[in-house]
Design a protein around this ligand. Sequence first.
Ligand code: URA
Length: 234
Amino acid sequence: MEIEHKNQNNNNFEDIMDLFEIDYVYENRPIKRTFDKSNLENKQSLLEKLKKKILNISDCELKKNSNQMVFGDGDSSSPIMIIGEGPGQKEDEMGKPFVGDAGVLLNRMLEAINIKRPKVYITNVVNYRPPNNRKPETSEINRYSVFLREHISIINPKILILMGGTAMEALYGQTLKISKERGIWKELIVNQKTYLTILTFHPAYLLRQPDQKKYSWVDLKMIKKKIDELKIKI
Ligand code: URA
């Protein structure tokens, strides 16, 4: 005689849910109950690996002409990641992004929305200073955008702030105009994950065109509002 094995759990599950009128939401995400120190350690080791890759880059005009690599600065566990263009003279000397005049303005912009600079994570599209501070060429932007994408995946921010046309080109392509695209929340997919992103003017541009600061202020207020709406702790 053949015995019919019924998986009672599976057969009755939906009926029981119907009976109790429960809308069951299936989620694959694991529930995070504790602070996992190993995540942080893993992040640091991934950042070190990425640093090595950028240090080992060869046949690069930027690397050849600069003093050192400028990788990133700030809190790698920050929910906010800021991306600029590339190191200038001061950054090349100090090995840190945004430490010159544009950096001073960036710090003030962050303070205006109650964010202390060490609380965010900052990097650039290219990690070596372009000769004479020229804009990185499209081929250089494309080459470094592979590292940048990896950098974003490792930091895994809740909000990504792209400052200026080079950051926009690296992640959205060449065809957009920053003056049209700034101040709009967008989605950016990097390595299969979607990041909430906003484009805004680069602080160095604002130093040259102070009358544009009013638009930058609009963008900063949008960022602050989003941080509050999403209850992001920073
Ligand atoms: N401009 C940038 O884009 N990045 C820096 O680090 C400094 C100036």
